[in-house]
Design a protein around this ligand. Structure first.
Ligand SMILES: C[S@@+](CC[C@H](N)C(=O)[O-])C[C@H]1O[C@@H](n2cnc3c(N)ncnc32)[C@H](O)[C@@H]1O
Length: 219
């Protein structure tokens, strides 16, 4: 992959657009299956949960949440209009029975009242938060007092070996995420380091790992 291709790939991962964006959405739901399922396992959706996801891509895994129980509701926000459209196409059944909705947001303000959600999660978006304190302030605002925040990401030591992350990705170690959360009014509850099947990129096998971090609002 040359520099131009790496730049284009990074831009698509940050905010999928156009025909290439549809393929990027599919590539992400395929390649990120393990980190997403690890995050969902930690999220542990249960009866009456009201769940918010930030940056759901094409929404391929929403059924894993809402099929658990009809009392669970899911809202997905993404600042890619294309990913909101794709998510709506992929989840018509859950939209029709009013368990799922997909909202186009600007990436900063969330169109929900305070104390709305029991759980909020996000996978592979932390790299793109421009104003981290504003993002976390919004998360705190919309989460209920005892609400759970779950963040899935790939650690810095792995991401820095992937060429496209040089273009617009902020990379985090587990300590960096814990510090960021603590400095912004969250109490870290757990940090899990998970190994994933190896992944092939440009003919090279990359050992994959993910971090899943949980936190709640500090009192
Ligand atoms: C790398 S993709 C990850 C998609 C999916 N969560 C996954 O892990 O496969 C990042 C997604 O989050 C969206 N996104 C990134 N930053 C965002 C923000 N601040 N607010 C809303 N959506 C955001 C992008 O448009 C894109 O759909």
């Amino acid at each position: 992959m040359d520099e131009q291709q790496s730049r284009e790939m990074a831009a698509q991962l940050r905010q999928p657009k156009g025909d290439e964006g549809i393929k990027t959405g599919e590539w992400m739901s395929d390649g990120n299956k393990t980190i997403i399922l690890d995050t969902l396992s930690t999220l542990n959706a249960e009866t009456n949960d009201r769940i918010l996801e930030i940056g759901m891509g094409n929404g391929h895994f929403v059924s894993e949440i809402v099929s658990i129980d009809p009392s669970i509701s899911y809202s997905g926000c993404d600042f890619s209009e294309l990913m909101v459209e794709e998510s709506r196409k992929n989840n018509q059944e859950w939209i029709a029975n009013q368990q799922a909705e997909f909202v186009h947001t600007n990436g900063i303000s969330l169109p929900f009242d305070e104390h709305t959600f029991t759980k909020l999660f996000t996978v592979n978006t932390i790299y793109f938060w421009e104003d981290q304190w504003l993002v976390l302030a919004e998360f705190k605002r919309v989460l209920k007092t005892e609400g759970l925040l779950v963040i899935g990401l790939r650690p810095k030591r792995l991401m820095e070996n992937i060429p496209f992350t040089r273009f617009g990705f902020n990379l985090f170690s587990k300590e960096d995420v814990a510090d960021l959360l603590t400095e912004n009014g969250f109490e870290v509850l757990s940090v899990a380091e998970n190994t994933e099947p190896a992944f092939e990129l440009n003919g090279k096998q990359i050992i994959m790992e993910n971090l899943v971090i949980t936190a709640k609002k500090a009192v």
